[in-house]
Design a binder for this molecule. Structure first.
Ligand code: ISL
Length: 580
C-alpha cells in the first residue's frame, strides 16, 4: 500500500497537540534513587530522561513532588511551593524541567487541592487557639457536632469516619481521605484565589500542565446531608455524595479563566464518580474546563459482589463487561469531549496481572495485546512506569510488606476490627488490588535492588526483576518496550488513531473472547482484532487484500485463527461503500 496516498505522517490539522500525545507517568518515589537513601528522587529522573525519550512519549506526568507529611505517598501536601527534600530541591526541579524541554518532553505536575496536609500552614492556622476568628478557619470544612456525634454519616476513602474532632474548638473537620488530609473549602473565594495564585506561580516556572487529583470532589453538596450506606457498610459513601457537586463546573471554569486558558497546557482531571454526561462538561471540546478526565468505571467492574468490601476482591472482569464499558466511553465522548486511556496507574494493580495473564508463558504476549487494544482507541494514552516492560503485581505474602495506608487500614478494619473476612482472604485481595502492586521500585536490571538503589528500597523490589527489567527489554528486539515504542510512533504518524470514528465490528459485542473494532476517517480504516483469552479461537474477518498489517504480537499470521492473546492491527483505504 502506498502510504503517502493516505496522508500518513500528516497530523490532523485541527487536532490539539495533546490529542496526538502519549503520556508517561512517573511515580518519583519508586522510579530511580540517585543518592542511595532507598527512595527515588528528581536527580534519578533526570538520569533516566534518555530512557523515557527513547520510548517516544511526549509528556511526563510526575506524581506529587511537593513538601509532604508522607502519609499518603505525597498526596498530603504541606507546602505547594516547596519540593519534598527526600526528592531534592527546587534547583533539581528546574534542571529536570529544563533538560526535559531540551529533549522535547513536557512535564505535567500533580495538583492536589481537594485537600492539603494537616501540616500545611493554612490548616495549622485553621486549628490554632484564636482560629474561629481568623480567615484560615474557613479554608477548611468545620462543623459542630450533631447530638454529640459527627456532623453526618460519611466515611473516609481510607476507612473510618470522614470527620475528626478537634478538642480545642469543639468542632469536627471534614477529610474524605486520611485524617491528615483535611478537605479545603472551595466555596470560599479566598481558597480558590490562593490555589489559582499557586498554579500561576508554577506556570511562571514553565511547566506544561496539571493532572488534578480527585477534582470531581471539590464541591460538596449543600448542607452536607447523610449519604446512603451501602448494604453492610459502616458509613455513608462520601465519594458518591461529593462527586460532581453543585459548583464543580463553576469552579473549574473559574480556574480555566484565571489560569488554564493562558497556557497551551495538557490538563487532566482525576474524576472519581464521573459519568459520560459529566465528562462531556469537564472535558468539553470548547476548552472551558479541562482537556480530559480519568474515568473509573472500567477499573471498578471487578469489585466485590459484596458492597461492604468495595474494591477488595480478586475477581476477573469478563470481556463482555469490560468491552461494553470501554465502548460506551468511546462512543459517548466522540465529537464532544476527549478521553484519556489507561489500564493502570499508581492506585491500580498492574495491567498484565489484572486484565492479561502474568504467567511466564503469556506475560509478554498478553501485555502486547492490552497495549495495542488501548493505544488504538480514541483518546490520550497513559503509560504507567514499568508497564512498558511488563512489570507485574508485587505478590507480597506478609502484611508487613505493605506500606500503603489504604491497604493497611482496610486490613485492620475488615479483618481485625469488624471480622468481615478471614485474614487469608484479605491477603488474596491485597495481592490482587493493593496500590502497592504498582508502587514497587522500577526494575532497571537484575541486580539485588533492580538498579533502583544500592540500599534496601522503601518498598520491596519484585522478585521477578531478575528476568523482568529494562536491560533485558532493551536487549530483546521483540520485547514489550519496542512494541510500545512502535504503538507510540504509529499514533504520531497516523491521523486515524487520533481522529477516526470508533466502531465495534459487526456482532463483536456478543463475542466472549475477541475484542475487534475499527477506527475510520475519510481516507483510512484501522482494524484492531484482539483475542482476550488464553485459548486459540477461530474467526474469519475478511481482511481486505490491500491492507497493511501494522503491528502484531506473534511472528506470523495463521489466517482465520487467533492464538492466545493474539492481537493484530491492519490499515486499509476507506472505500466508503464497504464495511468490515
Ligand atoms: O486508590 C483508590 C482506590 O484504591 C481510590 O479510591 C483513590 O483514593 C482515588 O482514586 C483518589 O486517588 C487520588 O487521591 C488520593 C490519593 O491517595 C491517590 O493516590 C490519588 O491518585 C488522595 O489524594
Amino acid at each position: 500500500m502506498e502510504r503517502s496516498k493516505y496522508k500518513r505522517g500528516e497530523i490532523m490539522a485541527e487536532a490539539m497537540w495533546w490529542q496526538n500525545a502519549v503520556v508517561y507517568q512517573v511515580y518519583p518515589k519508586s522510579f530511580q534513587d540517585s543518592d542511595n537513601d532507598g527512595v527515588g528522587d528528581l536527580r534519578g529522573i533526570i538520569n533516566r530522561l534518555d530512557y523515557i525519550k527513547q520510548l517516544g512519549v511526549d509528556v511526563i506526568w510526575l506524581n506529587p513532588i511537593y513538601k509532604t507529611s508522607n502519609i499518603d505517598g505525597g498526596y498530603d501536601i504541606s507546602d505547594y511551593q516547596k519540593i519534598n527534600p527526600t526528592f531534592g530541591n527546587m534547583a533539581n526541579f528546574e534542571e529536570l524541567l529544563d533538560k526535559a524541554h531540551q529533549k522535547g518532553l513536557k512535564i505535567m505536575m500533580d495538583l492536589v487541592v481537594n485537600h492539603s496536609s494537616f501540616e500545611h500552614e493554612w490548616f495549622q492556622k485553621s486549628v490554632q487557639d484564636d482560629s474561629k476568628d481568623n480567615k484560615y478557619r474557613d479554608y477548611y470544612i468545620w462543623r459542630d457536632p450533631v447530638d454529640g456525634h459527627e456532623p453526618n454519616n460519611w466515611g473516609s476513602f481510607f476507612s473510618g469516619p470522614a470527620w475528626t474532632y478537634d478538642e480545642k474548638s469543639g468542632q469536627y473537620y471534614l477529610h474524605l481521605f486520611a485524617k491528615e488530609q483535611p478537605d479545603l473549602n472551595w466555596d470560599n473565594q479566598a481558597v480558590r484565589n490562593s490555589i489559582f495564585d499557586m498554579m500561576n506561580w508554577w506556570a511562571a516556572k514553565g511547566i506544561d500542565g496539571f493532572r488534578m487529583d480527585v477534582i470531581s470532589l471539590i464541591s460538596k453538596p449543600e448542607g452536607l446531608p447523610n449519604a446512603p450506606i451501602p448494604e453492610g457498610a459502616l458509613y455513608g459513601n462520601s465519594g458518591d455524595a461529593s462527586a460532581n457537586g453543585p459548583h464543580v463546573h463553576d469552579y473549574l471554569s473559574e480556574m480555566n479563566k484565571q489560569v488554564l486558558k493562558k497556557h497551551d497546557w495538557i490538563t487532566v482531571g482525576e474524576t472519581a464518580g464521573v459519568t459520560t454526561t459529566e465528562a462531556e462538561k469537564y472535558a468539553n471540546l470548547d476548552g472551558t474546563e479541562l482537556n480530559m478526565v480519568f474515568q473509573f468505571e472500567h477499573v471498578s467492574l471487578d469489585g466485590n459482589h459484596n458492597p461492604t468490601l468495595g474494591k477488595w476482591s480478586d475477581e476477573h472482569v469478563s470481556l463482555m463487561a469490560l468491552r461494553s464499558n470501554l465502548v460506551k466511553w468511546q462512543k459517548a465522548l466522540a465529537g464532544k469531549a476527549w478521553n484519556s486511556l489507561y489500564w493502570n496507574n499508581h492506585d491500580q494493580p498492574r495491567a498484565i496481572s489484572r486484565f492479561g495473564n502474568d504467567s511466564p508463558e503469556y506475560r509478554v504476549v498478553s501485555g502486547k495485546m492490552l497495549a495495542a487494544l488501548l493505544h488504538f482507541m480514541q483518546g490520550t494514552p497513559y503509560i504507567y512506569q514499568g508497564e512498558e516492560i511488563g512489570m507485574t503485581n508485587a505478590n507480597f505474602q506478609e502484611m508487613a510488606q505493605y506500606k500503603d495506608l489504604e491497604s493497611i487500614n482496610a486490613y485492620h478494619e475488615l479483618v481485625e476490627q469488624e471480622h468481615l473476612i478471614p485474614a487469608d482472604v484479605m491477603m488474596n485481595y491485597l495481592r490482587a488490588r493493593s496500590r502497592d502492586n504498582s508502587r514497587t521500585p522500577m526494575q532497571w536490571n537484575s541486580t539485588t535492588y533492580a538498579g533502583f538503589s544500592d540500599v534496601t528500597p522503601w518498598l520491596e523490589v519484585n522478585a521477578n526483576h531478575e528476568s523482568i527489567n529494562v536491560d533485558e527489554a532493551l536487549r530483546d528486539k521483540t520485547s514489550l518496550f519496542y512494541f510500545y515504542q512502535k504503538l507510540i510512533r504509529l499514533r504520531h504518524e497516523l491521523p486515524v488513531i487520533t481522529d477516526g470514528v470508533f466502531d465495534l465490528i459487526t456482532d463483536n459485542e456478543k463475542d466472549e473472547s475477541v475484542f475487534a473494532y475499527t477506527r475510520k476517517n475519510d481516507t483510512e480504516v484501522l482494524l484492531v482484532i484482539a483475542n482476550f483469552t488464553a485459548q486459540s479461537v477461530s474467526r474469519d474477518y475478511n481482511i481486505p487484500h490491500n491492507s497493511e498489517l501494522l503491528i502484531q504480537n506473534y511472528p506470523d499470521v495463521i489466517s482465520s485463527s487467533l492464538r492466545p492473546y493474539e492481537v493484530r492491527a491492519y490499515l486499509f483505504p476507506n472505500q466508503k461503500d464497504e464495511s468490515v
